[in-house]
Design a protein around this ligand. Sequence first.
Ligand code: ADP
Length: 481
Amino acid sequence: MRLSIFARLVISYLLLFSMLAGVSLYFIYHLSRFNQTTRSIILNDTSILEYSKQLSDALLSESRYDRKFVILKDEALYENYLLAENEFNQLLKEAVTKTTSEEIILLFYTIGAQHQKFGRLVSEERELIRNARSYPAEQYAAEKKKIADTIIEQLKKIRHSSEKNIFTKIVNLSESGDKAKNVAIMISIFALSTGLIVAFIITRSIKKPLDVMRAKTIKISQGNFRGDLEVTSPPVIAELAAAINTMCHKLQEVDDIKSDFFAHMSHELRTPLASIKEGTSMLLEGLGGGITAKQQRILKIIVQASNRLIDLVNSLLDLSKMEAGMLKYQYAATDLYFLVNKSLEELTPLAEAKHIYIDNKCLALQTVNVDQERMLQVLRNIIGNAIKFTPEDGSIKLETHEKEDFVEIAVHDTGIGIREEDLGRIFHKFQQIVAAKGEKIMGTGLGLATVKQIIHAHGGKVWATSQEGRGSTFYFTLPLP
Ligand code: ADP
């Protein structure tokens, strides 16, 4: 799928948002249903309860006025009865419009019919009273009481039914609330997991090609310039991969030029120098015929100078190769203790000439994986510097410490020391610090820069501490296998 990063992100966000919107809509729908049910409880069921109470009261006052009228035969009481009857009918009409339950509507109709019957009996009785005719008053009273009781009974039923309705609605409300809660939890879990899965897939589809590119850049930094990156999507990253491939081809070309240069330069510089040295030595040995003492002195100076020049050229080429990452190290399991002793054997005559005491406190160590020749070069440089920069009758101490995953070698001397501000630059090439007395001791200024390159190539560190006029300590570490 050749979708751009932008499109991928937009799709994953849209998906997440639409799922959130779905969950919200579901909540809104259920909340509005709860609202409807609560409103119907408040507007209908509770108002029916209220109406049935008012109807009971109205019926009671009807009965009261009727009874008083029958006893006192006062027309004003009959008028009051009519008012109460009217109120009852009014209330009944309103109550019917408020209810939605068929059972209650039916009960109201029955009440209406009973109430009409009650009214008819009352008006019949009034006619009889007005005409002053004798009639079975008790029978009328009993009949009316029976009807009123029936109505009251029906109203009670309505109340019960209403209460039952409220209860059922509340139970339903709570059940559907629980159901909605469960459904909402399920939808949320589903939405969240789907969203996460989609986000994961999309993020992976972006991250995977980036990881491939990262691995490639690491390889490039290690000198592998093969332009073999194959990334087809997303388009931006595919373009980047194509650019990296082009860069690899260019780097490979530069690398080839560099190799040619070193091979050429080594040959061009070393060969004439070796010839000069050889030729001069031959002249010194008298192979070119007899030479005067003065000529001999001059030739010796030329030999010394060409030796120094050869050293300088060798060091410079070595360092340049290291810096260009072109030096091939021959790693082998090595006894470091043996290497220290070997370098000391070479350097002891120099130390003895200056009456410098070398205290070798090195211990037998675990074997380390190093290029032996290069490690000897490191030791020769650091110990050689210690001898070079320590005045006569001084001392040098060598120590080794084995730590958890590396070994540390320290070379202490009682030499001229290095100023605090110079400590940072002695590992840079051509940095020769003028000694305290102002004189410059012979050297190339390339030794420590080479040491740093070798130690770093071995995965170690190198540093120095010093007190001017009192001595220095050079440390380096090497990782243990
Ligand atoms: P050089 O060929 O001059 O010795 P290095 O790179 O080995 O070059 O050292 C750089 C400079 O660091 C030296 O010129 C010297 O000033 C200083 N230096 C190195 N080792 C010591 C030491 N043990 N004591 C004092 N100064 C030192």
